[in-house]
Design a protein around this ligand. Structure first.
Ligand SMILES: [Zn+2]
Length: 306
């Protein structure tokens, strides 16, 4: 009886001090791990950044859990990628909530920066982070939001974004240099879904995805056949799986190419699979945005130069 009374009496105190997130630090909620990584770089120790979608999670298909919905309505700031990347969360993210601001980090991109999802379509391809110059603009939006949210630390946020932007400039130069090692006719990137259109435009590649810009649309036999034909005709040596997309579709393409075109094509998977819509586990080469982009270009150059 007494124990229960004490338990009932003591329980509210830690809750008061730690808040519902279990931490005394104020929290910013992000959807993808790329947005989380950039936000952490700018916020430094002042804000806890919590990411809803972990390593290997596909944002196109992600359905928010009940706990996510709670976090989204309690947060002061929610940062998401936008351009319908988070296809099943659009309503939740765009619904106004009292005391909360939700911002698409791609908000600052001009129409001229954006690619159409399909030729002639008005829907945009959301995978802007693969042109490092565009991601730098998104990072600037994150910095502006943090300064508005927490003006007391604005000078620090400004210094952080300036330093990080320099790293991104260097990264852009590094990818251009590494891509240039591949002869032009070898720069053909075949992946599970069309996540690399901005990468292709920025760094001089031709890309073919089995699925479109969203993994929500499954590929059919015709998609497999037509992609196999492109690979057969162009004699593409390698197909790349992605860490956040199942590889079964590309496996079908692979067997079709081998059977119909007698071409020895390799399926790049495991440690050399590309990071497309999610970062990797902590400790992996794709644990940060810069690591992800560097991992991808290294894996691409390695496989296509063979
Ligand atoms: Zn995608």
């Amino acid at each position: 009886m007494r124990a229960r009374f004490l338990f009932g009496l003591l329980l509210p105190f830690p809750l008061i001090f730690t808040g519902c997130g279990g931490s005394s630090q104020p929290t910013i909620i992000t959807t993808t791990s790329m947005v989380a990584d950039a936000t952490k770089r700018i916020a430094g120790p002042h804000w806890k950044v919590e990411c809803l979608m972990g390593p290997g999670v596909d944002p196109h298909k992600y359905q928010p859990s009940a706990s996510d919905l709670g976090k989204l309505s309690n947060a002061k700031l929610v940062l998401f990628s936008g351009l319908h990347l988070e296809g099943k969360m659009v309503d939740v993210l765009e619904k106004p909530a009292k005391g909360r601001k939700a911002v698409a980090v791609t908000r600052g991109l001009a129409d001229s920066d954006l690619r159409a999802a399909e030729p002639g379509e008005t829907i945009h391809d959301p995978h802007v982070w693969f042109d490092v110059r565009l991601w730098k603009k998104c990072v600037a939006v994150i910095a502006d939001e943090l300064c508005e949210l927490d003006p007391e630390h604005a000078a620090e946020f400004r210094a952080n974004v300036e330093a990080y932007s320099k790293e991104l400039d260097d990264l852009h130069g590094e990818i251009l240099e590494k891509a240039a090692k591949l002869p032009k006719d070898k720069r053909i990137l075949v992946t599970s879904h069309d996540a690399f259109g901005y990468f292709a435009a920025a760094y001089g590649f031709e890309v073919h995805g089995l699925q479109g810009v969203s993994t929500a649309t499954e590929s059919g036999t015709q998609d497999v056949e037509s992609l196999a034909r492109v690979i057969g005709e162009k004699r593409v040596p390698a197909l790349f799986t992605e860490t956040s997309v199942p590889s079964k579709g590309l496996e079908k393409v692979l067997s079709t190419v081998k059977e119909k075109y007698k071409l020895d094509v390799r399926l790049i998977a495991g440690d050399d699979a590309l990071y497309s819509d999610a970062l990797g586990e902590s400790g992996s080469s794709g644990a940060t945005y810069i690591g992800m982009v560097r991992h991808n270009i290294d894996a691409i150059v390695k496989a296509l130069s063979q």
